[in-house]
Design a protein around this ligand. Structure first.
Ligand SMILES: [Zn+2]
Length: 329
């Protein structure tokens, strides 16, 4: 890969790029944008698909690239028509316009530590964090929230300014949003393995999440699926996990890979009285002694675990939808 200094603009967000280069591995261009960070675009995707992409999908892509960790595997391969949908589904984006407005208020309430605190806002980054199509949309949302929040500038004006939450905003959040969030959220505890090694029964878990678990939870838009490595801004992953589990209505705990963290999170959720739906890859449930895979931990193996296999993810999704419908009222 050869880097060239450039004043060219980012094809996703329009900001001046730090670098642009041809990939030596793929028919693709490598970009480094101060906001989207490092990513690659497949030639066909960039030359054809991107020209016709809807404003909403482009905005979502901009937000995902802003939020996605720098070391994410999704940055290692060029974005193309085939993987775009999976990439966009990583974000926990608002489903409706009202959700977008509520999210904006919740964002400020969550960040406020004492009443009257003035929070610094940079419109250029915040419109990405809050899944807006542009800074003007975020300014419009600010105007709509007037009375719930106050501010001494607007996102599209280009300067940093302050926002603070008013009593009406706090009350609305407590009375409506906290409960709404709790009623909507399904938390997923699972192994973060995203390199498939099928010979040793190590499936690409982010693929399993995208293809089966997330669509099952979000079936008919009933719930939002939260998996902690998809939620950003968390410095301490444990604190963030605990906070998100507390906000959830139920948990899906996948036991594949026997991660201590998954057992811990499932135990925590059970302690809070949340329904926990257990799932596990067939081989990891039964055990494969010659691959060093013991069967699932005895304290949990009496639970009614949904068993899945990587070549039957559609079937897994259906079973999980049925279980969620049966267990969660
Ligand atoms: Zn960019």
């Amino acid at each position: 890969m050869t880097d060239t200094q450039t004043k060219e603009l980012c094809p996703i967000c329009g900001q001046v790029l730090k670098h642009k280069a041809r990939s030596t591995t793929y028919f693709a261009t490598f970009y480094n944008c101060p906001y989207c960070k490092r990513f690659q675009l497949e030639d066909d995707f960039e030359n054809y698909y991107l020209k016709d992409i809807s404003q909403i999908d482009l905005a979502l892509l901009r937000s995902v690239l802003y939020i996605l960790p720098e070391n994410s595997n999704h940055r290692q391969v060029p974005i193309c028509e085939d993987n775009l949908k999976d990439l966009l589904s990583l974000a926990n984006s608002p489903k409706t316009l009202l959700d977008k407005i509520d999210n904006t208020l919740a964002y400020f309430v969550d960040k406020t530590t004492h009443f009257g605190e003035r929070l610094n806002v940079n419109g250029e980054t915040l419109y990405r964090e809050l899944f807006c199509v542009d800074k003007q949309e975020l300014s419009n949302i600010f105007e709509t929230l007037k009375g719930h929040i106050s501010f001494n500038g607007l996102p599209h004006s280009g300067n940093t300014f302050q926002v603070w939450v008013e009593m009406d905003g706090l009350r609305y959040y407590e009375e409506n949003l906290r409960q709404k969030q709790r009623n909507n959220q399904g938390f997923v505890a699972m192994w973060f393995n995203d390199k498939a090694d099928l010979e040793n029964h190590k499936p690409d878990m982010s693929y399993v999440y995208t293809k089966a678990i997330k669509p099952a939870i979000e079936n008919e838009n009933r719930f939002n699926s939260i998996k902690i490595d998809c939620v950003e801004y968390c410095n301490d992953i444990n604190d963030e996990m605990i906070a998100q589990i507390r906000k959830s209505k139920f948990m899906v705990a996948d036991l594949t890979g026997y991660r201590g963290g998954v057992y811990y999170e499932a135990g925590f959720a059970e302690g809070l009285g949340l329904p926990v739906i257990y799932t596990c890859h067939k081989k990891w449930l039964e055990g494969v002694p010659d691959k060093n895979i013991e069967k699932v931990h005895f304290d949990i193996n009496h639970k009614n675990i949904i068993i899945w296999e990587e070549d039957k993810l559609e079937d897994f999704k259906t079973k999980l939808i049925n279980r969620i419908n049966a267990v969660i009222v």
